[in-house]
Design a binder for this molecule. Structure first.
Ligand SMILES: NC(=O)C1=CN([C@@H]2O[C@H](COP(=O)(O)OP(=O)(O)OC[C@H]3O[C@@H](n4cnc5c(N)ncnc54)[C@H](O)[C@@H]3O)[C@@H](O)[C@H]2O)C=CC1
Ligand SMILES: O=C(O)[C@@H]1CCC=N1
Length: 269
């Protein structure tokens, strides 16, 4: 497999780390990133796309959505009828990607998060990959986490909010717990350590449990006890659910707006 990865920052770097940890041959990967100084051992690193060369097996678009129009001309020569184009670009739809790479054998939008480096990312997939292209996509996603194909591309905006942005929302909640504990008297460093350990253990337990998180919360709470007193605050006027829904809606709506911006950029050439 010949794999060209355009852009290897936070997200592209996490995916590459996941692939290498999953046993993929580093020699299959060439990273093209103008601002990167080092790549993992055995992975070729170029500052710009080679001027010679034809279609490869897989191209990953791993730069910022705004960089697509400027980056595309250098990528097009590597895309042919046997090439699978994978894009992690938030808010860049399949129509825009296909118009940018009309020769592509298949185009797939991929929405992972940084946990791909640990093989723990939820991954939403959407695109026209069938047969060998679909098999290749599934094989590439397997070491990165739990992938699910979406029939309806419109759901990608919500998946961008939940799977892609989601870790930031959880990190902010962990930080809020530590900040609250600090305000109530715990030294900051200790509050950070314990809040993180608590969330790590709670998530691991929920992942291993046959019970849903709502039921697990009920099991932690003794009637009239400390947990219930805290849950009553989170649940007052449905505020924890409203906060989560509003947060996801804002992120989803930004993805929808970014899609319009990407179309406008593509139309402007
Ligand atoms: N950061 C995250 O958690 C997630 C990011 N994404 C998507 O991943 C993409 C990358 O985001 P990040 O990794 O956070 O950004 P980043 O800024 O960390 O990485 C972007 C990389 O692209 C490189 N680059 C810039 N111009 C380039 C070009 N013309 N050709 C090749 N490489 C170029 C930069 O040097 C940089 O290393 C975005 O499209 C974003 O929507 C998707 C899901 C989660
Ligand atoms: O914030 C962003 O736009 C990207 C997409 C999902 C996570 N990071």
């Amino acid at each position: 497999m010949q794999f060209l990865q355009f852009g290897c920052g936070n997200m592209g770097g996490a995916m590459l780390a996941g692939w290498l940890a999953g046993g993929f041959d580093p020699a299959a990967f060439t990273v093209i990133d103008p601002y990167l100084d080092t790549a993992p051992e055995g992975v070729a690193l170029l500052k710009a796309a080679p001027e010679q060369g034809g279609p490869v097996d897989v191209v990953l678009l791993g730069f910022k959505p705004q960089q697509l129009p400027a980056s595309a001309p250098a990528i097009v020569p590597f895309v042919g009828q046997n090439t699978l184009v994978l894009s992690v670009l938030a808010g860049v739809d399949l129509a825009t990607l296909k118009a940018t790479f009309p020769a592509a054998g298949a185009v797939v939008r991929v929405m992972p998060n940084l946990s791909a480096a640990l093989g723990k990312s939820p991954i939403a997939l959407c695109g026209d990959a069938t047969g060998a292209f679909r098999d290749t996509t599934d094989a590439l996603m397997a070491p990165l986490g739990q992938s699910e194909w979406l029939d309806d591309e419109a759901i990608m905006d919500l998946m961008t909010a939940l799977a892609g942005s989601g870790p930031a929302f959880v990190y902010r909640f962990i930080d809020a717990l530590a900040t609250g504990a600090t305000a109530l008297g715990l030294p900051r460093a200790q509050a950070d350590r314990l809040a993180l350990a608590m969330v790590e253990g709670a998530a691991a337990l929920a992942a291993a449990s046959p019970h849903a998180p709502a039921e697990l919360a009920r099991r932690v709470a003794s009637p009239g006890g400390t947990t219930q007193a805290g849950l009553d605050v989170l649940d007052a006027d449905g505020r924890i659910n409203a906060l989560a829904e509003d947060t996801l809606r804002a992120a989803r709506d930004r993805s929808i707006a970014m899609m319009a911006e990407a179309k406008a950029r593509a139309a402007a050439g």
